[in-house]
Structures are given as structure tokens and as C-alpha cells.
Design a protein around this ligand. Structure first.
Ligand SMILES: C[S@@+](CC[C@H](N)C(=O)[O-])C[C@H]1O[C@@H](n2cnc3c(N)ncnc32)[C@H](O)[C@@H]1O
Length: 266
């Protein structure tokens, strides 16, 4: 299925991204042109919607643009992160099962992974339901390149977009399901990104989100205080739920593992 994009430079203009771009087994290089002649390049299947190759406004976001971070992120950190942060035995495979169970992707659906990093959520959803089409966006090119190589190894088709979640490059009510893992804590404008997600989610669509809560333990509080200096944000359970309802979402499912929260919103 080809996907339609709203150009970042003019929201009245659209771009059609052909289905072949998601077939990662065939390197796709070229460009797509908006009606006013503005060109956007596609390099190794990654659609480049951002003019600057790097865009970040906190130290935490900057670290995602370092190629070494992208290289080790999933296998060294992400695999252990939920267990380490929650202090509970919760594997990546259990998280994947929860994602697939709550999101329940169906054939023909269009799904989005926001701030995908190596696209763990996008790959999981697309692998679970190969009849769906999944789009993964991130503002870090090294992360998208790693997402591409992981999806290619696993023979999973994905649309990979270098784009900014603060201004999602889609028209309203476009996606059946959206997932965002760990990204909320890194955003300098979480309200803006959640409002964008709400805008592009179809009425009745599912939004799976994983985020970190404020720690109640003094050791956790000290660690989170220093992370705040790097630009991370944390919320109490009540504050996070207020943030979601304030952006127009309804809570459908909710589960915590220590300070790690999983929510299904609609
Ligand atoms: C904690 S990581 C996400 C991890 C990933 N979702 C997972 O489940 O493994 C946050 C990601 O969000 C991306 N990001 C941060 N701000 C962004 C923005 N405004 N637009 C797009 N991506 C952004 C970062 O580049 C980084 O890759």
C-alpha cells in the first residue's frame, strides 16, 4: 500500500510514497516531488523529510544522533531496560506480547511508531500482522539506519521516515494504531506531540504508550533529578493520566512494572 504524506514545508501539499520504499530487501534511492517542485530524497529506503540531518534540543535527544548509541541501543540497553528500571522480571518478549495483545493489529491497517529508534515496536507489530503497513518515524538518522538493518535481517517491510513528531507529516485521522515507546520522557513538548498523535489517529484508533513515572524511592529520585538536567521529564501516575485526557485521549488499559507504565489510549 502506498502512503500519503503531508509535506513539512506546506501542509496543503502531499507526497505519495510508493509501496516499494517499504520493501527493504531492495535498496530504494531517489526522490519524491511535491506539486510546487520541492524535492525530498529517499536514501536507502529512508524518506528524508527533515532538511537538517540532526535536530535536537536537549542532551538526551543529542545522544540519539551518535552512531554508537544507535549501534548498541537495542541489544545492550533496550533488551534489559524494563527489567532494570522496574526492578521486576519483565523481558523484551513479554513487552512485545503486551504490545501485540493490546494493539491487536489487523490486515489492511495502517500503523505508526513515533520516535521509533531501532523500530522495535514497528518491527514487532508488522511481524505480528504482515498484512498491515507500518510507518516508523524518528529524527535521528543513525537510529533509522539501524532500524533498517534490523528489519532487513528479520525480513520485515517498513516505511522509515526521517521526520519530526512535533509536526507529524500526515493528514488527520490517517492511522488505525499508533505506538510510542519511551519517547514521551524525552520530548521537550510532550503536549504538542500527543496532540499531533491524536490528530492523525482515526476515531476509535488505538494508541499504545510506554513511559517512565516519577520514582517514589529516594535513590530513584536522585537518579531522575540528574536525568532532568539532560532534558528528561517524569510524571506521577495522576499527572500522566491528566496529560493524556488533556490531549483528548481515553484510557482503555493500564499496567505498571515499577516506574514503567504501559497504557492503551483511544
Ligand atoms: C527513548 S528513544 C525511543 C525508543 C523506542 N521507541 C523503543 O521502544 O525502543 C526516543 C527516540 O525518540 C526520538 N525523538 C526524540 N524527539 C523526537 C522528535 N521530536 N521527533 C522524532 N523523533 C524524536 C529520538 O531520536 C529517539 O530515537
Amino acid at each position: 500500500m502506498a502512503i500519503e504524506i503531508r509535506t513539512p514545508h506546506n501542509e496543503r501539499l502531499s507526497l505519495e510514497i510508493p509501496a516499494e520504499v517499504a520493501d527493504l530487501s531492495t535498496p530504494f534511492n531517489g526522490s519524491v516531488c511535491a506539486e510546487d517542485g520541492e524535492l525530498y530524497s529517499i536514501d536507502q529506503n529512508i524518506v528524508r523529510l527533515l532538511k537538517q540531518s540532526r535536530s535536537f534540543d536537549t542532551l538526551a535527544q543529542f545522544s540519539n544522533h551518535i552512531p554508537l548509541t544507535a549501534e548498541i541501543y537495542e541489544d545492550l540497553w533496550r533488551r534489559r531496560s524494563i527489567g532494570l528500571l522496574s526492578g521486576e522480571d519483565f523481558s523484551l518478549e513479554q513487552e512485545q506480547r503486551l504490545l501485540n495483545q493490546w494493539m491487536a493489529p489487523k490486515g489492511g491497517e495502517l500503523l505508526l511508531d513515533v520516535g521509533c529508534s531501532t523500530a522495535f515496536y514497528a518491527r514487532s507489530l508488522q511481524d505480528y500482522e504482515p498484512g498491515a503497513s507500518t510507518v516508523a518515524i524518528d529524527s535521528s538518522l543513525p537510529m533509522l539506519e539501524k532500524a533498517r538493518s534490523k528489519a532487513l535481517n528479520e525480513e520485515i517491510d517498513l516505511y522509515l521516515l526521517h521526520a519530526d513528531a512535533r509536526q507529524l507529516p500526515f493528514y488527520g485521522e490517517y492511522f488505525d494504531g499508533i505506538a510510542m515507546g519511551g519517547t514521551l520522557n524525552e520530548l521537550s513538548t510532550p503536549h504538542q506531540v500527543l496532540s499531533e498523535i491524536r490528530r492523525v489517529l482515526k476515531p476509535g484508533g488505538r494508541f499504545f504508550i510506554m513511559y517512565l513515572l516519577e520514582s517514589a524511592h529516594w535513590v530513584g529520585k536522585v537518579a531522575q533529578q540528574s536525568s532532568r538536567l539532560g532534558g528528561l521529564q517524569f510524571w506521577s501516575e495522576r499527572e500522566a493520566k491528566q496529560l493524556f485526557t488533556g490531549c483528548g485521549f481515553t484510557l482503555k488499559e493500564y499496567e505498571t512494572k515499577g516506574i514503567v507504565a504501559f497504557a492503551l489510549l483511544s
